[in-house]
Design a protein around this ligand. Structure first.
Ligand SMILES: Nc1nc2c(ncn2[C@@H]2O[C@H](COP(=O)(O)OP(=O)(O)OP(=O)(O)O)[C@@H](O)[C@H]2O)c(=O)[nH]1
Ligand SMILES: [Mg+2]
Length: 435
């Protein structure tokens, strides 16, 4: 199993602030309040997409930010909603909160959608705050802030393409030049002891997971060499790249080819039904040409048709692109066969928002100043709310009081002993505590 993984920060947009304005009417200094509402901030939405198979498109992104909502405008006009960002990911993508490791969602079906971060709500304009006592409110609600989250996306993938062949034919060298995998490479047999997986990106934008497997030898299916225990990996791949050693001096490549095919068949005859690509590696060697010609002859003699061969040099990175295109084509073909057989069992659940667990950090702190007998409330959330405090505006005072209450400052004050009549300082204002 190979895990394609990527981490990034996502941020939803801030809601636009409500506007404070008044209608201008002839002979009247101030008409009725006409401040429009702020637009909601854009959300960050993830959608599963069956046409994707890697997280490549997100690999180089560090942060994805949705648009802020527009502030409210004059003449009761609302601000525009911030645009959502819709992020497509392959089916099976699991999204974690990177800081807590909590699984936020598991997108399993095509078109399944999750609103991971909802944009902040737009604030109400002053048109909503007129009362019989106050016909000219100078207060409008601020837009809610956007949210931020550091996430990790994980996609568990099985290898799509397996590299098989005798030891030392250059399997590890090939994977090291077509992917970021960095396996051990050496001139002795059985260098590779465990499968190495790598993500291969084809120049036309397609990609697949490739497995470099330990070398096989005659008798592998009976447990000889290292091959046997790893044949199960080949069983799960959809396409096989069978690599032959173009540098071979004694013996025929066709014999090698047939021996490996026999081992695969002995292990599981189904393996031979998979799409296969024949590769002759080490084309830079002086023996490669003769070996290739001989292989073609012997193959035709037995199978009565010309083989399709890719002659490459992994070491010198020669002729690799046609091989990768072919592998991607065959994989598409194999996947289309699987697609026809696939049945979707359950209906996708749409639009579930990630609900934030209450943070340990409340965003404020209450302390007691013994000398002056004052309780003090401070913190970033308090500063944020107090920006909207206007002494001469009832609505502003009400809004601020309501939002401070929502934060839970009363409970915190009581916890440290604050009683009715005690003095409390919040920002620049002081008042008597009154439950
Ligand atoms: N000349 C030449 N040598 C190559 C080429 N590809 C690989 N080799 C050499 O062949 C040797 C074996 O390469 P590996 O990539 O380790 O072979 P392997 O198939 O992974 O071998 P095992 O892990 O033992 O099964 C190393 O010395 C490589 O440098 C090539 O294209 N040309
Ligand atoms: Mg190897």
């Amino acid at each position: 199993m190979f895990v394609d993984e990527t981490k990034l920060k996502i941020a939803s947009g801030k809601g636009g602030d409500g506007a404070v304005c008044f209608r201008h009417e002839k002979y009247l200094e101030k008409g009725g309040p006409s401040g429009g509402d702020g637009g909601d901030g854009g959300s960050i939405i993830f959608v599963a997409d069956k046409n994707m198979n890697t997280l490549l498109s997100l690999r180089y992104k560090r942060i994805i930010v949705a648009q802020n909502g527009e502030n409210g405008k004059i003449k009761n006009m609302s601000g525009k909603k911030g645009e959502d960002v819709i992020i497509h990911v392959p089916e099976g993508t699991m999204i974690y909160n990177e800081n807590t490791n909590e699984l936020l969602c598991d997108l399993t079906h095509d078109k399944e959608e999750r609103v991971l971060l909802k944009g902040g709500k737009g604030g109400l304009g002053n048109q909503h705050f007129a009362t019989s006592r106050n016909q000219a409110p100078t207060f409008a609600e601020p837009g809610e802030l956007g949210k931020e989250l550091f996430i990790r996306l994980e996609l568990k993938v099985l290898a799509d393409v397996g590299l098989v062949g005798y030891p030392s034919v250059g399997k590890s060298t090939l994977i090291s030049v077509i992917s970021e995998a960095k396996p051990k490479i050496a001139a002795y047999h059985f260098t590779t002891l465990q499968p190495n997986l790598g993500m291969v990106y084809v120049k036309d934008g397609r990609s697949f997971v490739c497995a470099d497997l330990p070398g096989l030898i005659e008798g592998a299916s009976q447990g000889l060499g290292l091959g046997f225990q790893f044949l199960k990996h080949i069983e799960r791949t959809k396409v096989i790249i069978h690599i032959l050693d173009g540098e071979k001096v004694n013996g025929s490549l066709f014999e090698d080819y047939e021996k490996i095919r026999l081992e695969l068949e002995n292990y599981d005859p189904e393996i031979l039904k998979k799409s296969e690509i024949i590769v002759i590696n080490k084309s830079d060697s002086e023996y490669a040409e003769d070996n290739t010609e001989l292989f073609k002859m012997e193959y035709k003699e037995k199978y009565k048709k010309d083989p399709e061969i890719y002659v490459i040099s992994a070491l010198e990175r020669k002729n690799l692109d046609p091989l990768l295109y072919r592998a991607a084509d065959l994989l598409d073909y194999e996947n289309s066969k699987i697609e026809e057989e696939k049945v979707v069992e359950t209906e996708p659940e749409n639009y579930k928002e990630y609900t934030f667990k209450p943070k340990k950090d409340k965003g404020f702190e209450v302390t007691k100043d013994w000398e002056n007998m004052v309780y003090s409330v401070q913190g970033p959330r308090i500063d944020e709310i107090m920006r909207y405090y206007k002494e001469d505006s009832d609505q502003s005072v009400m809004w601020v009081t309501r939002n401070l209450r929502k934060l839970g400052i009363e409970e915190e004050l009581k916890k440290i002993g604050c009683k009715d009549g005690d003095l409390v300082r919040i920002g620049s204002i002081e008042f008597e505590f009154n439950e």
